[in-house]
Design a protein around this ligand. Sequence first.
Ligand code: MN
Length: 728
Amino acid sequence: MMRQYELVDRVRRYNPHTDEDLLNRAYVYAMRAHGQQKRASGDPYFTHPLEVAAILTELRLDDATIVAAVLHDTIEDTGVTKAEIDTLFGPEIGSLVDGLTKLKKLDLVSKRAAQAENFRKLLLAISEDVRVLLVKLADRLHNMRTLHYVSPEKRARIAEETLDIYAPLAGRMGMQNLRDELENLSFRYLMPEAFAMVSTRLEDLRETNRELIKTIEKELTEELALRGIEAEVRGRQKQPYSVWSKMERKSLAFEQLSDIFGFRVVVGETDECYRVIGVVHTKWPMVPGRFKDYISTPKQNDYRSIHTTVVGPGRQRVELQVRTRDMHDIACFGIAAHALYKDGQEASAPALSHESNAYNWLKRTIDMLAEGSSPEEFLEHTRLELFHDQVFCFTPKGRLIALPRGATPIDFAYAVHTNVGNSAVGAKINGRLAPLLAPLVNGDEVEIVRAEGQIPPAAWESIAVTGKARAAIRRATRDAVRAQYAGLGRQIVLRAFERAGKKFSEEKLRPALPRLARSSIEDVLAAVGRGEMFSGDVVKAVYPEFKEERKAPVPDRTEPGWFRMQKAQGVEFKSPGAAGAALPIRGLQGDLPVSFAPNGAVPGDRIVGIMTPGEGITVYPIQSPALEAFDDQPERWLDVRWDVEDSQALFPARIIVAAINEPGSLGAVATLVGEQGANIDDVTFNKKSPDFREMIFDIQVFDLKHLNDILSRLRVLPMVHKVERVIG
Ligand code: MN
């Protein structure tokens, strides 16, 4: 545990005029107040506030902040009152500790259930004094550093909250170092495998590039010295979490990240930054579109630097950040940098007194964070700004529902509960009736008007923006469609039994299910309703001795078109003339056999049928080059449409994948296709050069969306160069 004199020493190192007596009194007071309390690690509780204070000494904060850190858990966890702290340490420290106590209560409410009222309290506490927030962030950092001692559930909740709230807040306040550490710790606890993977790759890369980095550092330092610029050049590597989130955000593979390595050039004066850029751009070609001047136009959180990317030695892309020492401090410590004690600073001036520039700067920042006076506006402009791609709405009972931007009451309803979504018929937004399609805005209170026995319209699926809502709508409509088919199937089956002079009952059908290769009666009925199963086969399954006299002729199954189609589809379609038959195509005439052109259409493609007298109808996608041959024979063109609702049938499609010729590229493509639920029928190699191989895959997909989804996923594979569909 940190000793009393150690704490004083740490502060005295940057603030020779610190009030030692104040620090000592706080130390003893908090130690007594926490007494025998223990942390999850088994350490005395008092070690925690001390470590929090130590983190803040690294940010070189004023005495009041350090003392508030030492005392930050006393009101909540021990018998101490605010009045007592006011009396012993003065009202300034008293209100800081009180603000922290309010924030601590927030930790008890998990983020998802966070109440607006509580959140307003948090923000009001922050706005009173930003130092409260600095202590809070240090408190969170220490808790994250010691997170492995708490239970796994608590660990996940705290790490998630850190990633969602505290890390972005640190970033917003310009405290990049703190943000990086909070993010990396959360990442490690939330996704240990991903964290390990990214860290290992970064470590490997660091090893591989060690010499190159040294070379660039040396070359650049010497080059700048030649022009009389004294600069500190440091190679730096992206943080694991920021690498990961970039991979996620842009769907990139690790290999595709071009800016894992960067260099930071720190100089003395602002004009030197521009001279450095001149030298760099003269020496190495710059990459267009990557130059950013945050010195002339600082970021909102006061970040200033010049960014550029050049093609450096070995044709490596090198990212550079150029800044002065002051800019560097602000980039690392943000708001806290304004509170730093500087050499020669007036001894007694508290860094964050109401008169100081630093305080005014903080005040401005807070005003910016909290533009607007009403609590609602407050809410809107602060926390909500941190999550600009989300909207936050409330249930009438005050539960907070976070949704992606563009979400509607439909998404809201499904976020509350699937049953609420399925039975939604209307919505009230802020007490007023509103259409279910109205986009929600921050702070809306949404009440869903419900009616039981509703089926959500299938069109909602394309309106909903959340995956949860879409999946639920799909399920509900599929269930409803299935129920309709089953109802139709029941009528057909009843009639078939009647015709056979038998009586239908579910009890008799149940033992016959294995013979029909179905697992439930509803399955059988729905299959009959959809035309996938012949009602006569159901009768025969129950009464094996029954022989049906079919009225319609059964198609000759050796007929080539018929056979080809069956093979291609992998499912049994009946010829359109047969009883209970169904083909996934509408608009057909008579009993003509139907087939699909090879490498042909999948549901979702616009299609056309071509009639060939004596042979039948061949279905082509409208963009098929083969159709040109029939351009001058309009009488053979037949208007057909898909009829594949709810079908689980697979359709053949051909794709060409050009990939880098390396071990595993075929495997990676095949795995991805398989993972997407498509079959691979055949693979052939078209061209094989030392660098590239072109593979032709004959695959089976459900529909066009499925196919396009596979194509776009293949395109993001690092080794894949080109992916195209081939239409015959
Ligand atoms: Mn604490």
